[in-house]
Design a protein around this ligand. Structure first.
Ligand code: NI
Length: 667
């Protein structure tokens, strides 16, 4: 543990041996800029869909560690320098750093949404953002939609809100603890809080069956569940100064720190690749482990003469670090609008490059014309210049200031008035259906005749889940109707998603209640599994499902009979890309494109983000190869009989009475 090393000198609390300047640590030009870049890189690449970085979003924990570290360091430095913290001045500084950039993002996003539509959905969220309460707004409204694509363009402000709340409360805690027991007390409180927060996240994730259930937002966005990273950063600050550890470090220890830095960086990269941002692992300890690694990274990067320090103080990191906040603020709305299922989809390598460039340019402009001038006291300087200028120069300056102010005030007034006049629509909740309802009930196109066309059916199992809404948007965009085999337990927890799947014209079948292997349980239990699944779907869409997919493809004559009693036809598959195992978009796409023949039934899982992301390429590839994509009901038009079983077919379907399970390991 990096924290124990400097235990002794901190407990001693000899304030005179702390040579660090009480300056507010800024990320630019310090090794912290490199740490910020590590966090941001994961987030931006993951959300832009670049590389195998399913878990890059965990970079937010790296940024939250930095936030906790920097804020606490500033507080401790002020206490060391003056013996107290001037809360008013501290809040003022924090607001100047944290406030303006999101305000501009908010105005621009709301302005664009007023012109392009969707402002009603953003109204509540914009108000929440103004009060640094975005995360709790998301908890109340987002349901299971916690990832890009299903989420609102302002959802990323949850992290900004948490930092805002921490900045409000944490100084009071630090002052109290420092008075009672010094830095050691601050650290103990931070560590206990961090562990408690990590445990709370894990417990809520397990009991709430997160991800995939409606409780996901509570776990993902709660201030209490997300404090781990911030508090671990704070704990490190009690043993550190902006320039490094409070206790001197000998050359041997420096070598250890070099190794720690490499390990921490490696661990973070592994998490980016191996742990999904909204996966089980992320919520059940993954996020906390990334925070621990980030603490080690910050420590290793700030050790004097350390290797990592040399790397992280390179100019490129300084550039990114200075713009880190602005990049975070812009990346989400820009990427959300331009992603494959978004309003302005930009695909391919060039499209991806354009998306990133837009984010960086907006961030640079925000930094250049807002953050840096404010940091450098531009407002005060202008007033001063206005006071001192004379004659023509004074008039010119006044005109310019008046013009700038007028433009800013006008834009703000127009946007605020526009938002105020827009009726609010709850986003992410079932009410959003009202808006999409008009498209959803479009007349169906003329039925496809699979005797003539080379039909293929895309099927999605195990949902509904956190990525189902994103899939719906892609299917809408590509004008494809698919078949979903849903688990009753998921239907029960996400009825709104089920309703949307139905209203968008897709076919819904049953995948049992909770994915039991029907051949390993007794007959009554198997009957119950099927029946409760059917009832769950029927309760939501008011329509009896006709299709059953037995989990793992486990079926036999007895199961055929049970299916027949419920009026169900069993649908297996002939193309299995193993997407649940190999979470790689390209691999999944290639396996499907290689495996499909006329009449194929393709097995996929809408519970996997990598699968959902593969769908646009799969659809394009299959269409380019001449296939027509249809739901299962169309593939077997007129042939669906209770008790029959199909694993492929379409043009010349033959019921397959016994089908060997394709794989014992299919989820
Ligand atoms: Ni399954």
């Amino acid at each position: 543990m990096p924290l124990q090393r400097s235990e002794a000198p901190v407990v001693a609390r000899d304030r005179r041996d702390v040579a660090a300047p009480p300056a507010r640590a800024s990320t630019g030009g310090t090794p912290l800029a490199g740490v910020a870049a590590v966090g941001l890189t994961g987030i931006v690449l993951a959300h832009a869909g670049i590389g195998p970085l399913d878990g890059g979003g965990l970079g937010i924990d790296v940024l939250l560690v930095l936030a906790g570290f920097v804020v606490t360091l500033a507080l401790l430095a002020e206490i060391e320098a003056t013996g107290r913290v001037s809360l008013g001045a501290f809040y003022g500084r924090a607001l100047r750093v944290l406030g303006p950039a999101p305000a501009v993002t908010l105005v621009v996003v709301c302005g664009v949404s007023l012109v392009a539509g969707g402002a009603g959905e953003l109204k509540g969220e914009a108000l929440a953002a103004l009060g640094f309460a975005s995360n709790w707004y998301s908890v109340g409204t987002a349901g299971a939609a916690v990832t890009l694509g299903e989420a609102s363009v302002l959802q990323h402000l949850w992290a900004v809100a948490i930092v805002g709340q921490v900045v409000l409360v944490w100084p009071v805690v630090v002052i109290g603890c420092a008075r009672l027991g010094g830095w050691a007390r601050v650290r103990r409180v931070a560590l206990v809080g961090a562990v408690a927060s990590a445990l709370l996240m894990a417990v809520l994730a397990v009991t709430g069956d997160v991800p995939g259930s409606a409780a996901a937002a509570r776990v993902a966005f709660g201030t209490d569940t997300r404090l781990t990273a911030v508090l671990l950063g704070a704990a490190l600050a009690t043993a550190w100064t902006p320039s490094g550890p409070r206790s001197p470090i000998d050359p041997g220890a420096r070598r250890v720190w070099n190794a720690v830095g490499v390990l921490a960086l490696g661990g973070i990269v592994v998490a980016y690749v191996a742990v999904g941002e909204t996966s089980d692992a992320a919520f059940r300890g993954g996020s906390a482990l990334v925070a621990v690694a980030a603490v080690a990274l910050v420590a290793a990067a700030t050790v004097p003469f350390g290797r990592l320090r040399t790397v992280f103080t390179a100019p490129v990191f300084g550039w990114v670090g200075a713009r880190a906040y602005a990049i975070y603020l812009w990346h989400w709305p820009v990427l959300a609008v331009t992603e494959p299922g978004g309003r302005l989809p930009l695909g391919g390598a060039v499209g991806t490059l354009v998306r990133i460039v837009v984010v960086v340019v907006l961030a640079d402009l925000t930094h250049r014309f807002l953050e840096r001038p404010l940091r450098d006291g531009a407002v005060g300087a202008t007033i001063e210049r206005l006071r001192l200028a004379e004659g023509e120069a004074r008039a010119r300056l006044r005109r310019r200031v008046a013009m700038t102010t007028a433009v800013a005030v006008t834009v703000m007034t127009v946007v605020v008035a526009g938002m105020a006049m827009t009726p609010s629509v709850a986003s992410g909740s079932d009410e959003a259906d009202v808006e999409t309802g008009s498209e959803a009930v479009e007349p169906q196109p003329a039925p496809v005749d699979c005797a003539v066309r080379a039909c293929v059916a895309l099927t999605f199992d195990d949902g509904p889940g956190t990525h189902t809404d994103r899939l719906l948007r892609i299917l809408d965009e590509k004008d494809v109707t698919a078949t979903f085999f849903m688990l009753g337990v998921q239907v029960d927890s996400l009825p709104g998603v089920v309703r949307r799947v139905h209203e968008h014209g897709h076919e819904i079948g049953v995948h049992t209640w909770d994915h039991a292997d029907l051949l390993t349980i007794d007959l009554d239990a198997a009957e119950e599994q099927i029946r409760s699944g059917v009832e769950a779907v029927e309760a939501v869409i008011d329509e009896r499902p006709r299709l059953l997919r037995p989990p793992y493809g486990s079926t036999d004559g007895t199961i055929h009979e049970l299916a027949a009693q419920q009026g169900l036809t069993e649908i297996l598959w002939d193309v299995d890309p193993f997407d649940w195992r190999d979470r790689d978009t390209a691999t999944v796409t290639n396996r499907i494109l290689d495996g499909v023949t006329r009449g194929s039934i393709v097995l996929m899982h809408d519970t996997r983000l990598t699968t959902v992301d593969a769908v646009p390429a799969i659809i394009d590839g299959l269409r380019a190869a001449g296939f027509t994509l249809v739901p299962v009901g169309t593939l077997f038009d007129g042939l669906l009989e209770p008790g029959a079983t199909f694993s492929s077919g379409g043009h010349a379907p033959e019921p397959t009475p016994t089908v060997t399970a394709t794989s014992a390991a299919t989820p």
